[in-house]
Design a protein around this ligand. Structure first.
Ligand code: SIN
Ligand code: FE
Length: 291
């Protein structure tokens, strides 16, 4: 089951030893969560007003697109928008510094994805089963195919009231894949092109994405699996930071409020051991290329 490996960094730009770097990359690629219990993201006094669910309106998060610097999902007025944007950009930059120090091996391949601010309480949110992240799942998104690239996410819990962010961590990716693959259907010929042409997907949905989406959905739809699969609960304390390959690690977020999350994409060939990528695991189990 998923391990949580701890590093003692207290600053985002703190150098770590070679041994720690080797431990970090190996642990992440094997499917551990890398936790920095003493690494907190500071919110300035002038930003305190953003610690309110109202900032995300009816939605669950505000997100910043690195391609154009635009915020979506926020309901703050124009006067406050720039400061909210700055706070999120600061988190994006901090997470990047952390990766440069801890995972220099990835530096050349990393692509920055969206930055997300999550001021909404997770517990009790009403949503469809497919979007319900309180159910164990591996990350895969219908409109954003990765074509095999990895999804590495950095989270930090900024709860001002000391509330932990409570996750469940499930079985190994290979366990998930072996369980559901035999009953999954292959992609329909030509569907990837149609979805791409209609703009439903941001790029072509590879066979890899097709299988990952099905794994995501099958896990979430299977209530017996949700309650019976081997799993552990983990509390991420306020003031802590963690990173994890969420395409590999089965996870569910049960409760908690006020977090930042930064997504990074990493080509499989930038990994220390590409054979541990979900792409390579699925290819091995299915006996064919998927991206
Ligand atoms: C998720 O990726 O499933 C949600 C994680 C979180 O917001 O803590
Ligand atoms: Fe997720």
């Amino acid at each position: 089951m998923t391990d949580v490996i701890t590093l003692s960094n207290t600053r985002w730009d703190q150098q770590v030893t070679t041994a720690e770097r080797e431990l970090a990359v190996d642990a992440l690629e094997r499917g551990s969560v890398l936790l920095f219990p003493q690494l907190s993201f500071r919110i300035a006094d002038s930003e305190g007003q953003f610690l309110s669910p109202a900032v995300a309106g009816e939605g669950k998060n505000v997100s910043l697109d690195p391609a154009n610097g635009l915020l979506s999902g926020s309901s703050v007025n124009d006067a406050d928008l720039q400061r909210l944007q700055n706070m999120m950009k600061r988190f994006a930059a901090s997470s990047r510094q952390l990766l440069s120090c801890v995972l220099p091996h990835y530096e050349a391949g990393l692509e920055q994805g969206r930055t997300s601010f999550r001021p909404t309480e997770i517990a009790g949110r009403r949503t469809s089963w497919r979007k319900d992240d309180t159910r164990l799942h591996v990350d895969s998104f219908p409109s954003s195919p990765t074509q095999g690239n990895r999804i590495l996410r950095v989270f930090t819990n900024v709860s001002p009231r000391g509330q932990s962010r409570n996750w469940r961590l499930g079985e190994s990716f290979e366990g998930v894949a072996r369980r559901y693959l035999p009953s999954l259907t292959g992609p329909i010929w030509g569907a990837d092109r149609v979805l791409d042409l209609l703009g439903i997907t941001k790029r072509r949905r590879a066979a890899y994405d097709h299988y990952m989406l099905q794994l995501h959905d099958r896990m979430k739809a299977d209530l017996a699996y949700q309650s019976q699969v081997a799993q552990r609960a983990f509390e991420f304390q306020a003031g802590s930071t963690w990173m994890v390959f969420t395409d590999l690690v089965s996870h569910a977020a049960m409760s908690g409020q006020y977090a930042f999350e930064q997504t990074y994409y990493l080509p499989v060939n930038s990994m220390l051991d590409p054979s541990r990528a979900p792409l390579r695991i699925l290819e091995r189990l299915l006996g064919r290329e998927l991206a």
